[in-house]
Design a protein around this ligand. Structure first.
Ligand SMILES: C[C@@](CO)(OP(=O)(O)O)[C@H](O)COP(=O)(O)OP(=O)(O)OC[C@H]1O[C@@H](n2ccc(N)nc2=O)[C@H](O)[C@@H]1O
Ligand SMILES: Nc1ncnc2c1ncn2[C@@H]1O[C@H](COP(=O)(O)OP(=O)(O)O)[C@@H](O)[C@H]1O
Length: 298
């Protein structure tokens, strides 16, 4: 996996409010992180952290999408940085995502969605005066949610700097139109049970784990992995096999279930779609999302 930098912890704005607690498990202490929004001479910036899926179980298939139950956990020391840098721009400009065409960039999709939803001229005006600079550290097609995290962080930063009157819940709903993983990143919890297509996010009260990641030089296409799951594995799902998992803390889950294939339904699908992944699998490592990242406790 490519190297990544640790974060400096100074000078963040403490601007997030606590989330509404209805329909959330562990409401006594929802662990929503403070926004890591920073204002420097370079402009406004925010960290977009990676996630891993501690477990991921497919629960069904509706309207072309799979429903799932998954424990998402953010990764403290792996993040992209998104900065709004002052400049005179003729059009919406993103730097740092070379190789990703503008129209397909999740950040651009988030910009369009926010514009369409709010009709707020302030956003248009702001991006004539600022460009978006992305420092990419999260590997792509790696099951770490990089594109989704970038888009969610972008939306959270726009909400703050343009003073948008939109609730976090509305923002998460808007985000889910861009990608299934966005709501988790918009709520900004360190750990959560995620269900539905990814739009139901319930904070799970636990200390984040210190994780070691290994991303092989194999890009896993999420669409292909889900398609492979549907063709080969969907008929075999057993909802009874993971009852209660959402109540167990992540460390206990990894220690007690231990089998990476059982923990993540998409692992088997990824192995079918990308047989070369088998050569990268090592004893004691787990598989994140649709791959190709493996992780273990440090
Ligand atoms: C598998 C997970 C697990 O966290 O993420 P990654 O590990 O790839 O990061 C997510 O469910 C991925 O979410 P995301 O990466 O946002 O997927 P999207 O771009 O919304 O979907 C790409 C395609 O995957 C399929 N898809 C996606 C999500 C879902 N719940 N069911 C699906 O069948 C659909 O064919 C969709 O068109
Ligand atoms: N801001 C972005 N950062 C990275 N990839 C992006 C971005 N916007 C769109 N993409 C596209 O999304 C694909 C999946 O990338 P990513 O979200 O990092 O992986 P994963 O779905 O495995 O978590 C990439 O191959 C790329 O073409």
């Amino acid at each position: 996996m490519g190297g990544f930098e640790g974060g400096d912890e100074g000078g963040y704005w403490d601007i997030d409010t606590l989330p509404a607690s209805t329909n959330h498990v562990n409401t006594s202490k929802p662990d929503r992180r403070q926004s890591t929004i920073e204002k420097t001479d370079a402009g406004y910036s925010i960290k977009a952290h990676a996630k891993v899926n501690i477990f991921l179980k497919i629960t069904g298939h509706e309207n072309g999408y799979h429903t799932l139950l998954s424990r998402f956990m953010y990764v403290e020391d792996l993040y992209d940085t998104i900065t709004f840098v002052p400049c005179e721009c003729d059009t919406f400009t993103i730097e740092g995502c070379e190789g990703v065409p503008l129209e397909t960039n999740t950040i651009y999709k988030a910009y369009k969605a926010l514009n369409d939803h709010t009709g707020d001229l302030e956003i248009l005006d702001f991006f004539y005066k600022h460009k978006v600079v992305v420092t990419k550290r999260i590997p792509s097609q790696a099951g770490l949610g990089g594109g989704s995290s970038d888009a969610a962080a972008f939306m959270r930063l726009v909400k703050e700097v343009c003073n948008l009157l939109i609730s976090t819940e509305e923002l998460a709903k808007l985000g889910s139109t861009i990608g299934a993983d966005l709501p988790f990143f918009i709520y900004n919890y360190t750990s959560a049970n995620v269900s539905g297509f990814g739009e139901i996010v319930e904070p799970f009260d636990e200390d984040p784990l210190s994780l070691e990641l290994y991303t092989p030089q194999i890009g896993c296409d999420t669409t292909l992995v889900y398609k492979t799951f549907k063709e080969h594995l969907l008929n075999g799902i057993s909802l009874a096999s993971f009852i209660g998992w959402d109540q167990l803390d992540s460390k206990t889950l990894l220690e007690r279930i231990a089998d990476p294939i059982m923990l993540n339904d998409l692992y088997k699908a990824a192995l079918i779609a990308y047989p070369e992944l088998k050569n990268e699998a090592k004893e004691g490592w787990f598989f994140s999302g649709s791959g190709s990242t493996f992780f273990r406790l440090r």
